[in-house]
Design a protein around this ligand. Structure first.
Ligand SMILES: Cc1ncc(COP(=O)(O)O)c(C=O)c1O
Length: 335
């Protein structure tokens, strides 16, 4: 029934050093109550990457396994990560460094450290991160400052490794090639003929890794990318670049046409990154009250709402799975 190529994908991934940071496979579970409430016969599933088992959990754990795998292999002793002060990646990066006995510097492009911290800021304090606030500069300016700080440490004899673009790089995306392979294996084990997988599209690393993994594994499911940040055309460009880079990095699928593997949906983005919509806020209540699972406003509730809306409108045939990418701790700063 399922034409999957798991062994080949595993062999490709084994070429890359990987630090074991999370608990895998993450659960693949039915969402029976949500399905009943929606009044659909389409089986609905959830892949629990909110339960990756490190810090507050979430998708970037998978990216960090490959990025820090490389960092440790090349002898790095201090890791730089950067983002807004509620960045999920930053908190996961410090958590990963604590587990791996590495120093970690976090650079936030936000105004000065607040006295009362909530969400990821509080977790960063508990994790004892070296926190630097550089003011409300652009992401590009922040990344330039990070390179300068890293150079300063290098001049002092340290060996820094800089996590770039929120860990959404071709190497980081291997974490989601791995996730796609993992999901295929679970489908085989559970005899589940999964037809649709819904994932969020932010910087695009997660989506690109998943699409590449689905293609390499010859997965039976189509990947639906719900963009929460960029307009459709822009995200398409980003994904095409990532897919080329992953192909180059792995030496696989270099002439492959990925266009039949995925579709980008723009309808659920609202006004863009971090701007919630009434539907996504309602979705947070609905999932919590039907399944006891939390989603947040930036990435995960928009993606889930997108899947359910398409199921409701009859645009999806066959079983559908929502990839829950975490962000639980950021939720506390959003209400
Ligand atoms: C919870 C959560 N989901 C999804 C994403 C999207 O990942 P990407 O930026 O690789 O598209 C992020 C990115 O930070 C995230 O924190």
């Amino acid at each position: 029934m399922l034409s999957v190529n798991i062994e080949h994908t595993r062999e490709v991934l084994e070429e890359f050093p990987r630090l074991e940071l999370g608990t895998f496979p993450t659960p693949l579970q039915p969402m029976k109550n949500l399905q009943t409430n929606l009044g659909t016969s389409i089986p609905l599933y959830i892949k629990r990457d909110d339960l990756t088992g490190l810090g507050p959990g979430g998708n970037k754990t998978r990216n960090l396994e490959y990025l820090l795998g490389k960092a440790v292999k090349q002898g790095s002793d201090v890791i730089f990560a950067s983002g807004k002060s509620q960045s999920n990646l930053c908190t996961l990066a410090v958590s990963a460094c604590r587990k791996s006995d590495l120093d970690c510097v976090i650079v936030h492009n936000d105004e000065a450290e607040p006295e009362h911290k909530v969400g990821n800021q509080l977790l960063n304090q508990l994790l004892g991160a070296d926190l630097r606030y550089v003011g409300d500069v652009t992401d590009k300016e922040r990344e330039a400052l990070v390179l300068r700080y890293a150079q300063e440490l290098e001049d002092q004899g340290r060996h820094p490794y800089v996590i770039q673009n929120g860990a959404s790089t071709a190497l980081g995306a291997l974490g989601y090639v791995h996730a796609a392979m993992e999901l295929c294996q679970q489908c085989q084990e559970q005899n589940l003929d999964l037809k649709h997988l819904f994932v969020p599209g932010g910087n695009g690393g997660l989506a690109a890794g998943t699409i590449f993994g689905a293609a390499l594994t010859q997965a039976p499911f189509h990947v639906h990318v719900i963009t929460v940040e960029h307009e459709k055309e822009k995200l398409k460009e980003i994904l095409e670049t990532f897919l080329r880079e992953i192909a180059e990095l792995t030496g696989q699928l270099q002439t492959y046409d990925f266009s039949s593997v995925y579709t980008i949906h723009e309808e659920y983005r609202g006004e863009g990154w971090g701007k919630s919509t009434p539907e996504c806020v309602q979705q947070i209540y609905d999932l919590a009250q039907s399944e006891g699972i939390f989603v947040e406003q930036v990435y995960t509730s928009k993606t889930l709402y997108g899947m359910l809306d398409m199921v409701r409108k009859g645009l999806v045939e066959g079983s559908a799975c929502y990839l829950h990418t975490g962000g639980f701790s950021a939720l506390f700063s959003q209400f």
